[in-house]
Design a protein around this ligand. Sequence first.
Ligand code: KIV
Length: 278
Amino acid sequence: MEKRKVAIPQLKEMKKAGQKIKMVTAYDYPTAVLIDKSPIETILVGDSLGMVVLGYEGTVPVTMADMIHHIRPVVKGAPHTLVVGDMPFMSYNVSREEAIRNAGRLLKEGGADCVKLEGGAVVAPTVRAIVEAGIPVMAHIGLTPQTASALGGFKVQGKDAAMAAQLLADAQALEEAGACAIVLECIPAQLARLITEKLTIPTIGIGAGPWCDGQVLVTQDMMGLFDRFVPKFVKQYANVGKVMLEAFEKYAAEVDAGAFPDMGHSFTMKEEELRKLE
Ligand code: KIV
């Protein structure tokens, strides 16, 4: 049976039905094609792009142009998968008008189905404004990488009751503002369960334990393609990096030895044509 793209309202129905939502990141066409063939319903073109593809230290330098450039090939490669595009740092923080305009660009120019932005109750009015403009918004609380330095680094959030209560209030404000789902990053599993129980919109966890309505992982992390640091919550499902490195080493050795290319990987011309050159 052909895979059918999940519509935004279906996310809530999936939560109700106890159906887990699966999401991974992608930033290019070939990866999107593979995900589209899998049972994963949602792709996030995350601003993790900055770290795992563009080689930056964090996500802050990622621009709107970067996001649109990478959302386009993903949308092209995954016509049967819901594509969420991250709003980069400062693309939604200056004014509501600018936030709506930039969210619209991710849909109009990138082709995304939904945008995601980071922040708690303080960004709820922005979420509401974007949603009222007709653009679905996924929220993101807990460890929010764009403001990681203000949070004291890449650390688990909401471990004490006061912070946990704040995160619950944030989640409720974002649901109230019209977010269609909410990413919970790096928070205790028990808190994620509580938030999941209190909301009618689905929670999608990353480092937030098993009780969320869905899960998301960064593809480069789960495939062993990014080893600068591997957070505790990452499970490596394959070591593609090792396979690629072995292939690069073998290729280099064969080129050095003159074993590649052999005639099976070369083109020939007729002898008579060659003789005309003499
Ligand atoms: O940018 C990203 O990949 C994300 C995930 C970590 C949820 O926001």
